[in-house]
Design a protein around this ligand. Structure first.
Ligand code: HPA
Length: 290
């Protein structure tokens, strides 16, 4: 008589439990230390359209994300998926050439694994860049905005569910973007004769761009620019004690009034490339003049 083999379905699978976030960070950092043994000074996350770094970044090591244990891989356009260890202005910088976004479907804790890994590699600061739409009508595509603060409209936090292994449960966010770093970057802009906007960044999940009504709402809420990244990384950075400097490449007008144009990814990437011509010299000056 033929029957169903019940013993088979009862067999226990011996799948290893997923290591904790802190263990994942430790293992990812070990992998990088085996390639580059010294400490890192700063981390730099490159935003959409900002991945082509100039030659004055002296690349020491190139590590594909898919080789680093537990690292997600980038699926967003113009995000290449490599960690570079580079020398710039006398500092050793871990450059994330490609970042992870909520809209790609990554869990918010996966998005910030690299930030905690930086801390484990000895970094003291995170320099974060992004492409953003201008809610402030005074801004122009191609300009750079220094991020003074942010509004988290993602409805998510990378700290939810974490224990206190990587940082305190209730980290202070009152000066999320380090005032001394903001001052220093403004001085650098002065030295280079480079104009710089300043303002508040609103972080959303995307991937649909905002409706015009939403954009007017975000503007009323006090934001100057809007984008689909940065907020999770900055929360994680503050959580583990990294100082943060943030810069947005203004890529399109997102004012949501009668002048609102149809948004296009080509326009966003083109204007990010224009803004990067101001952003990279500012970063170089920032690192070498202290
Ligand atoms: N909205 C959201 N994210 C963006 C935009 C925008 O207008 N431009 C570039 N990233």
């Amino acid at each position: 008589m033929q029957g169903i083999d019940l013993t088979r379905s009862k067999q226990k699978t011996t799948k290893k439990p997923m290591p904790s976030m802190a263990e994942q960070v430790h293992i990812a950092a070990e992998h990088i230390r085996n390639i580059y043994a010294n400490d890192i000074d700063s981390g730099l996350i490159l935003g959409s359209g900002l991945g082509d770094i100039p030659d004055y970044f002296k690349v020491i090591e190139t590590i594909p994300y898919h080789d680093i244990p537990y690292f997600p891989h980038s699926t967003a356009p113009s995000h290449s998926g490599k960690l570079l260890i580079a020398e710039l202005g006398g500092s050793i910088v871990a450059v994330f050439q490609g970042r992870f976004h909520l809209y790609e479907g990554w869990h918010v804790t996966q998005i910030v694994l690299g930030v905690y890994t930086l801390k484990a590699l000895g970094a003291s600061e995170l320099l974060v860049t992004n492409a953003a739409g201008a809610l402030n009508p005074e801004f122009k595509p191609g300009e750079v905005m220094l991020i003074e603060d942010h509004l988290n409209f993602t409805g998510q936090s990378p700290l939810i569910g974490q224990t206190e292994e990587l940082g305190p449960r209730f980290p202070d966010m009152s000066r999320a973007y380090e005032p001394a770093l903001l001052d220093h970057m403004r001085d650098c802009a002065g030295t280079l004769g480079q104009s710089l906007q300043s303002g508040i960044y609103a972080g959303v999940t995307g991937p649909a761009l905002e409706t015009s009504a939403e954009r007017r709402f975000y503007r009323m809420a006090g934001a100057d620019a809007i984008g689909m990244s940065t907020v999770p990384e900055v929360i994680a950075a503050k959580h583990c004690g990294l100082n943060v400097l943030g810069m947005s490449a203004i890529t399109n007008m997102a004012v949501g009034d009668a002048s609102q144009q149809v948004d296009s990814i080509e326009e966003v990437l083109n204007n990010a490339a224009i803004a990067s011509q101001a952003m990279f010299p500012l970063l170089r000056e920032f690192l070498q003049s202290r």
